[in-house]
Design a protein around this ligand. Structure first.
Ligand SMILES: C[S@@+](CC[C@H](N)C(=O)[O-])C[C@H]1O[C@@H](n2cnc3c(N)ncnc32)[C@H](O)[C@@H]1O
Length: 382
C-alpha cells in the first residue's frame, strides 16, 4: 500500500492553481484561552492608576475591529509619531542593511501591523536570498491577513515562502516553541527577528519580553528593535509624551476599540485619559492610556458576567514608553545582547526642540561575539 500524501505537500499545488485570495495561517494557541485571559484581566480589582483592570498588549489589536481601527490610526496624518516613524525607518534601515544584506537571513516579523516596514526589509533580504522564508507572527489573525498584503502581494513575494503564525510572542513557552519550530524549518540558516514600531514599550515588563525573545536567538541570528527614545526624563517631558498621543482622534478610537468589541461598555471618548509619568527606575517616560469613570458603571464581559466599575476605577487600555539611552543599555545587557548597529532620528515636527526621537537597533546575542558598543556612547557621538 502506498504512503498517504500529506495535505501540506499537496496544498502548495492546490492553492497555486486558484486565483481566490487564500491565505495560509498557522494557529499556535487556543483562542478560547486568550478570550478567557482577556476576560480575567478585565475582572481585576479597583485601581485609580490603571494597575487593576487592563487590556494588555496584543489584545489591543486582537480581532477585526481593533485591526481596522489600527489601520486607520496609522494612516491618520495627525498621528505624527507614526508618520515620523514610517519615514525615518527607511533611512535607518539603510544604515543597518549592510550588516544583514549578504548573510542570507530568513525573516521573522514579530508584530506585523500594516506591513509597510516588512516590505522594505523583505525586498532587501530577497535580493540576497531569493528562497528565504517570511514568517510574520502576530496575536491577531486579522492583522496577519491585512499586514502581509503589503509585503507579499505588493512585491509579488511567493506565497509558498510565507508562513503567517498566530501566536502571543510575549509568553515564554510560545517563544520557545516558535524558536524550535523555526530551527527545524531553516536548519542552521540565520534568522532576522524584528520587533518594530515601539512594540516593546507596550508590555507591562519590557525587560521580560526582550529577554523572552533574546533567549531564542542562536549565535547566527539577529534582532532588529525599533524604539521611541528621549533625551530628557522629567515630569514636563512625561506630559509632552502623553500629549503626543492625545492629539490624534484616530488613535483614541483605536485604543478604545478592544473595549468596544469585547464588552458592552458605552464608550465616550471624553472618558479616555492619557497619563504621563517618569518610570520608577527613573530612566524612561511612561504613558498609560486609561478609561476612567466618575460614576458607577456595569460592564458586561464576554462570558456573560457583569463587573461593576466604582467611581474612580480605571481600565488600562494601552501602555507605551519612551526609553533613555541608559535604559536601553541596561535592557540590552540584562538580556545578554550586544549592539551591532544603531540609527537614530530626532523628532523634528514640533515648534520647540523636542527631546524625543526614534532608534533602530540591530542586536546580536552575546554568544555571537559582536563588537561591544553602547547606545549611550552612540548618543554622545552624535
Ligand atoms: C505597535 S504595532 C507595530 C506594527 C509594525 N511592526 C510597525 O512597526 O509599524 C504592534 C503589532 O504587534 C502585535 N502584537 C502586540 N502584542 C503582541 C503579542 N503579545 N503577541 C503577538 N503580537 C502582538 C499587534 O497585533 C501589532 O500588529
Amino acid at each position: 500500500m502506498s504512503e498517504p500524501v500529506h495535505v501540506i505537500r499537496n496544498l502548495e499545488k492546490a492553492l497555486a492553481d486558484d486565483d481566490f485570495a487564500w491565505s495560509l495561517l498557522l494557529v499556535g494557541e487556543d483562542q478560547t484561552d486568550k478570550l478567557a485571559a482577556l476576560t480575567s484581566d478585565l475582572r481585576a480589582g479597583h485601581s485609580e492608576t490603571g494597575d487593576g483592570k487592563q487590556i494588555s498588549s496584543g489584545f489591543s489589536y486582537w480581532g477585526i475591529g481593533p485591526t481596522i481601527a489600527w489601520a486607520h490610526a496609522v494612516s491618520d496624518p495627525f498621528y505624527l509619531v507614526m508618520k515620523a516613524g514610517a519615514e525615518s525607518f527607511v533611512r535607518h534601515w539603510q544604515k543597518i542593511r549592510p550588516h544583514v544584506a549578504k548573510d542570507g537571513f530568513h525573516f521573522v516579523s514579530l508584530g506585523v501591523g500594516t506591513g509597510q516596514k516588512d516590505r522594505v526589509i523583505l525586498e532587501d533580504l530577497r535580493a540576497a536570498k531569493p528562497d528565504l522564508f517570511y514568517i510574520p507572527v502576530d496575536m491577531s489573525s486579522e492583522m496577519l491577513r491585512l499586514g502581509t498584503q503589503e509585503p507579499v502581494r505588493g512585491i509579488r513575494f511567493p506565497m509558498t515562502q510565507v508562513l503567517p503564525v498566530q501566536l502571543d510572542f510575549s509568553l515564554v513557552d510560545n517563544m520557545e516553541e516558535l524558536g524550535q519550530m523555526l530551527a527545524r524549518l531553516v536548519g542552521d540558516d540565520p534568522l532576522l527577528y524584528t520587533l518594530t514600531g515601539n512594540t516593546l514599550a507596550n508590555f507591562d515588563s519590557d525587560e521580560d519580553v526582550l529577554d523572552t525573545i533574546a533567549s531564542v536567538l542562536r549565535p547566527q541570528d539577529r534582532l532588529l528593535l525599533e524604539v521611541a527614545t528621549t533625551t530628557q526624563i522629567n515630569e514636563d517631558a512625561a506630559k509632552a509624551a502623553a500629549d503626543e498621543y492625545h492629539r490624534t482622534r484616530a488613535f483614541t478610537e483605536f485604543v478604545t476599540s478592544a473595549l468596544r468589541y469585547n464588552t458592552d461598555l458605552p464608550i465616550d471618548l471624553a472618558m479616555v485619559e492619557f497619563r504621563g509619568s517618569v518610570t520608577e527606575d527613573g530612566d524612561a517616560l511612561l504613558v498609560k492610556v486609561l478609561f476612567t469613570t466618575d460614576e458607577p458603571l456595569v460592564m458586561g464581559l464576554p462570558d456573560h458576567t457583569d463587573v461593576v466599575l466604582e467611581p474612580g476605577d480605571t481600565i488600562r487600555l494601552y501602555t507605551t514608553r519612551k526609553f533613555s539611552a541608559e535604559r536601553l543599555d541596561r535592557l540590552v545587557a540584562a538580556c545578554d545582547l550586544t549592539l551591532v548597529e544603531n540609527a537614530h532620528s530626532p523628532f523634528r515636527r514640533t515648534r520647540r526642540p523636542s527631546p524625543f526621537g526614534l532608534d533602530l537597533l540591530l542586536l546580536a546575542p552575546k554568544s555571537a561575539q559582536a563588537s561591544r558598543r553602547t547606545i549611550a556612547d552612540e548618543m554622545w557621538a552624535r
